[in-house]
Write a protein of this length. Structure first.
Lengths: 327, 258
């Protein structure tokens, strides 16, 4: 390992990727250190998969450099790739192979020496809970087990860096929990990058979040850090029973000091949802309830919402404006 | 090299994992058997009464030449159908199943991947030829006499022709995501090469000569006749490595496609 790289296992240095005139990634730079689990967050087409494919050595960036464990991916692709385990978005494995046969195939390709092969494959299988399924055909496995085989192949050769593209998509809740536990265990002495669009997953698993949109990193930091940027706002959401009262309710709310971004969020079966933002210093709810009562507007729900990762994310997507959350 | 062999082994065994591979192997074995039996029976019929077939001097007809000459040229026609099926899955199927993506992220060079896949197909094709040796044994057992040299060369030529064709097939497979498209594409390309063989019958002069020199069949015929010419070996080598090179280039296109 190269000492000059200060322990960062992954380094992106102003990486860009263009497909013709389309910019999938623009000047992206970041570092990931050992023991970190970094979450890539972004809408579909944001560039998450492109970034991961570049990192995994599937294709080179149009410009910029990628270092894995201090090795330049473009100069020594073999050495760099050996340090990486990659789980692609759609875990596609050879359906006509048996689990153990496939994992041995991968282990050989990743350069695991012949005399360690059996033990190595077995240890990864037991880690991923696959020991009892070694002789089943991959094509006959359930999605959850296929995901485990995918994870096991990523772990072959004990890579220092794991790149997991949407590792929990399409799994049932129990399987999601199991995979998350595996990832958490793996993250302790490695650098893990995972992409997801399940926001709670990021706050549960990741020590750091990177939000990507249109090929650029919008924000990067721990979940509390990102939340603190937007702490001065909070959202209140109100549900009124009668649609006819909507106008009067908006009038009342509009005249209150500190109410911003007032809008009708949704109308469902005559009920109206109204959302707005205030500063968290003063709780407006008692005043609102009192006024509505005086005016005879039937209020069925009033809720004060803490900003979640979702709000931060949506807020950032809307150029730094604070997001709102709908029920 | 270990990695190339690992990929080749997977490729080889995946041929047996599908019904298609087994079916193709059996059909090839069966069709080759039918050709062979017909040729042997024909030969024995002619040898009983050569005059009836307008052959006054039977001694001019050589057993090896009559049976194996025709046998290998029949087999070369079968290759037009066999090779597209053998090679259609090599890259196209992996692209369709998206298993290729993972392969490219392993510490492998593109050359190792392409070479491994090509080698796997060559091995499978070689394995298809092995049962044919059984026919020879039967022929020998019923009293047939032939020169081992020309027969051995015939097999070598056939394997070289198949290797060259399959390199073209693998290249076409690397261009598409659809194995069926790959099979039809390969068939068309092989058909064009097959037509090269007749061009000099229609076109005279230097063009006709150029086309017949480019035709794989013209070079293959020498082997079937028991002639080993360095030119022919070089031709097949060039054909094979040229398409291998194209396949290698084609795998690099992933760098500029999304």
């Amino acid at each position: 390992m190269d000492k000059t790289h200060s322990g960062a296992l992954i380094q992106f240095q102003s990486v860009s990727k263009n497909y013709g005139s389309f910019h999938a990634l623009r000047d992206v730079s970041f570092d990931v250190k050992e023991g970190e689990i970094v979450g890539f967050l972004g809408p579909n087409g944001a560039g998450k998969t492109t970034a991961m494919r570049i990192l995994s050595g599937f294709f080179p960036p149009s410009s910029g450099r990628v270092f894995v464990c201090g090795t330049d991916m473009s100069k020594h692709p073999h050495k760099a790739k050996r340090a990486i385990g990659y789980l692609p978005e759609t875990v596609s494995l050879y359906p006509d192979m048996k689990v153990i046969e496939y994992l041995k195939f991968v282990a050989k390709l990743k350069g695991v020496p012949a005399h360690e092969l059996d033990g190595h494959v077995r240890s990864k299988m037991s880690f991923c809970g696959l020991l009892e399924n070694g002789h089943r055909l991959i094509g006959r496995l359930s999605k959850g087990y296929r995901q485990r085989v995918g994870l096991a192949q990523a772990l072959m050769g004990d890579p220092q860096v794991l790149v997991l593209d949407e590792p929990t998509t399409g799994l049932d809740p129990t399987q999601i929990k199991e995979i998350r536990e595996l990832i958490r265990a793996l993250g302790q002495n490695r650098a893990v990058i995972l992409s997801t669009h399940i926001l709670p997953e990021v706050s549960m698993l990741c020590s750091r979040v990177m939000m990507i949109n249109q090929g650029e990193i919008l924000a990067s930091g721990t979940v509390p850090e990102l939340a603190s940027c937007l702490k001065d706002r909070e959202a209140i959401h109100i549900k009124i029973k009668d649609k006819k009262d909507q106008h009067r309710a908006l009038g009342i709310l509009g005249s209150m000091p500190g109410v911003e971004s007032l809008e009708v969020a949704e109308e469902v079966r005559g009920e109206t949802f109204i959302t707005f933002e205030t500063s968290p210093d003063e709780d407006l709810r008692p005043r609102i309830m009192k006024k509505f009562l005086e005016q005879g507007i039937s209020l069925t729900e009033i809720q004060r919402l803490q900003l979640s990762l979702e709000d931060i994310f949506l807020g950032l997507l809307k150029n730094g404006k604070v997001g709102r959350r709908f029920p | 090299m270990r990695k190339v062999l690992t990929i080749a082994r997977r490729e080889f065994s995946s041929c047996f994992h599908s019904w298609l591979g087994v079916l193709v192997a059996s059909l090839f074995f069966l069709a080759a058997g039918i050709f062979f039996v017909i040729l042997v029976l024909n030969y024995s019929k002619i040898s009983m009464n050569p005059e009836q077939y307008g052959l006054s001097n039977f001694s001019g007809i050589n057993q090896t030449h009559y049976i194996f000459g025709s046998f290998f040229s029949n087999l070369s026609i079968m290759l037009l159908f066999l090779v597209p099926i053998l090679t259609m899955r090599s890259f196209a199927e992996e692209k369709r199943q998206e298993t290729l993506e993972l392969l490219f992220t392993y510490p492998l060079s593109d050359l190792e991947i392409v070479a491994g896949k090509q080698l796997g197909i060559l091995l499978f094709f070689g394995a298809l030829l092995l049962p044919l040796a059984g026919y020879l044994a039967v022929f020998h057992g019923i009293g047939g006499e032939f020169d081992w040299g020309p027969v051995g060369l015939g097999f070598l030529g056939f394997w070289l022709l198949g290797a060259a064709y399959s390199a073209a097939g693998v290249f076409i497979s690397s261009l598409t995501k659809n194995p069926i498209v790959s099979a039809f594409g390969t068939f068309s390309v092989l058909l064009v090469f097959w037509i090269f063989d007749w061009v000099d019958e229609v076109v005279t002069g230097p063009w006709g000569h150029i086309f017949s020199e480019l035709s794989p069949l013209a070079h293959y015929k020498n082997f079937a006749l028991g002639i080993l010419d360095v030119q022919d070996v070089v031709y097949f080598g060039f054909f094979f490595f040229y398409f291998l090179f194209l396949t290698l280039r084609s795998t690099e296109t992933r760098n500029w496609k999304s």
